[in-house]
Design a protein around this ligand. Structure first.
Ligand SMILES: Cc1ncc(COP(=O)(O)O)c(C=O)c1O
Length: 475
């Protein structure tokens, strides 16, 4: 037996014996051979057996410029020669300060349509869930310290995902996933998502993708705004903040929001004194074809959460930005007890901050945001050309490179597959066999390549995905 095979067998045995994988049904996991990634080159992941895969999900939506980009590698090595970690509790570090200034400049670049204060303060954590978790505390604490103490609940968009910690789970509660934890979560108010699928599935709707008309989007938007209006009418002065993923609800199934929806939500929140928390953990930093998804509608939220791509997909670092008004609510004399008692051991880790500075510098240098927009149009055109006539492609939703291809039992009338058929998973397994790494969300095949990917790699990836959809027996 070759060394590679022996090593694979050994690693698989250890993995099966000791590793508990996230979001994985572990019994079924152990029935299959895992793909064990050992290294990468650019946009290609290489497993211990030497098999290559195009990284079609950018290592869970975080890789930006490809793997082993020398500029980021060097920035981390350079920082490693100085210090790997020092705490931000009671001291500061050079890269965390530099990065905060850089982020403030970047996120305020687009002038908002309506005057709104700049996002001027940066609070570091280390994951998307921790970025949203502190955002909730910023919002609740802001109202508390301003003596607006009735504002103790949140509005969330149904199907939203904000992470797996208890607060994040509370605003993104999904019965199918979170039932055992129902007693742990706090209650929130929910509004409908502007989800065009609800219109597609309604009686009398006759269009099929790609001919779904603008009317479908308008109707979905109106329904969701109606539910926002009624939530605000009933609970308006109790709402600390509305939390949403702008433009694209990612993990909820790539639910694309109609143009103008975000702007309408932002203005309703403002009218009712509720803060707007934009969770741009997935959509931020180029993926939608703008630096921030909020930039598309010239909206500046009160609180902004960034994570995933912040370090170019290298290291765990997250940032929650807020206005001076919010941070100042937590300032006062010691006896007033206004301090935000919140933080983590690795908050603002210098290696992560150095990687983030290098990644953001590369984004400017390589025009990564424009590249993501270009990749997005290629994805749109190629999927239209090759899948428009496919009887089981119900919808393709996309913003920049964030793409969901929904597979359905029937396009008209709209009918989903039985979940037990695991149609989305079969297509992704087929793509993996042919060297493209993607992951489904139910029967939504998700493509989310790095915003900095080159066109040739993207085309090769699309060839495999399209063949996998066309070649897998779906009916
Ligand atoms: C919009 C959004 N918020 C928060 C999170 C949680 O991020 P993390 O997995 O880094 O905790 C995710 C992860 O997919 C996300 O998509």
């Amino acid at each position: 037996m070759s060394t590679i095979a022996t090593d694979f067998e050994r690693l698989m045995a250890l993995d099966h014996a000791h590793v508990w994988h996230p979001f994985a049904p572990m019994r079924q996991w152990r029935e299959c051979e895992p793909i064990i990634i050992e290294r990468a080159e650019g946009f290609t992941l290489i497993d211990v057996k030497g098999k290559e895969y195009i990284d079609g999900y950018s290592s869970l939506w975080c890789n930006v410029h490809g793997h082993r980009r020398p500029e980021i590698d060097d920035a981390i090595r350079d920082q490693l020669d100085r210090i790997a970690h020092a705490t931000m509790l009671g001291s500061a570090t050079v890269p965390a300060i530099e990065l905060a200034a850089m982020l403030v400049a970047i996120v305020n670049e687009v002038t908002p349509a309506q005057t709104s204060p700049k996002l001027n303060k940066v609070f570091y954590t280390d994951a998307g869930a921790t970025a949203t978790e502190v955002a909730f505390k910023m919002a609740a604490g802001h109202h508390f310290h301003r003596a607006d103490r009735a504002r103790d609940t949140f509005l969330a968009v149904r199907g939203g995902y904000h992470g797996d910690t208890v607060g994040a789970m509370s605003v993104g509660f999904l019965h199918s996933m979170h039932e055992p934890f129902e007693k742990l979560v706090f209650s929130t108010q929910n509004i409908a998502a502007p989800d065009a699928r609800s219109v597609a599935a309604s009686p009398g709707f006759e269009h099929e993708w790609p001919n779904w008309d603008a009317d479908r989007r308008t109707r979905a938007s109106e329904q969701a705004l109606g539910s926002l209006e009624s939530a605000l009418r009933t609970h308006g002065n109790r709402i600390a903040a509305l939390v949403m993923e702008p433009l694209m609800q990612g993990a909820g199934g790539m639910i694309e929001h109609p143009d103008g929806f975000l702007a309408q939500v932002a203005s309703r929140c403002r009218e009712h004194g509720a803060l707007l928390i934009a969770d741009e953990v997935a959509t931020g930093l180029g993926r939608t074809g703008a630096m921030l998804a909020c930039d598309h509608e010239r909206i500046r939220p009160d609180i902004l959460c960034l994570a995933k791509g912040l370090t170019g997909g290298y290291l765990p670092l997250a940032a929650t930005l807020c206005t001076d008004q919010i941070s100042e609510s937590f300032e006062g004399e010691p006896h007033e007890n206004r301090t935000l008692y919140h933080g983590h051991t690795y908050t603002g880790n210098p290696l992560g901050a150095a990687a983030a500075i290098a990644s953001l510098t590369l984004m400017q240098q390589d025009k990564t945001v424009a590249n993501a927009a270009k990749l997005g149009s290629i994805i749109r055109d190629r999927l239209r050309e090759s899948l428009a006539d496919h009887p089981h492609v119900g919808d393709v939703r996309r913003r920049g490179v964030m793409t969901g291809i929904e597979l359905v039992a029937s396009r008209y009338p709209w009918q989903s597959f039985a979940p037990a058929k695991r149609i989305g998973a079969s297509v992704c397994d087929e793509a993996r066999t042919h060297g493209v790494m993607i992951r489904p969300l139910g029967d939504v095949v998700v493509l989310n390549p790095a915003p900095g990917m080159d066109e040739d790699t993207l085309h090769r990836m699309l060839d495999v995905v399209i063949d996998a959809i066309r070649g897998t027996r779906l009916g």
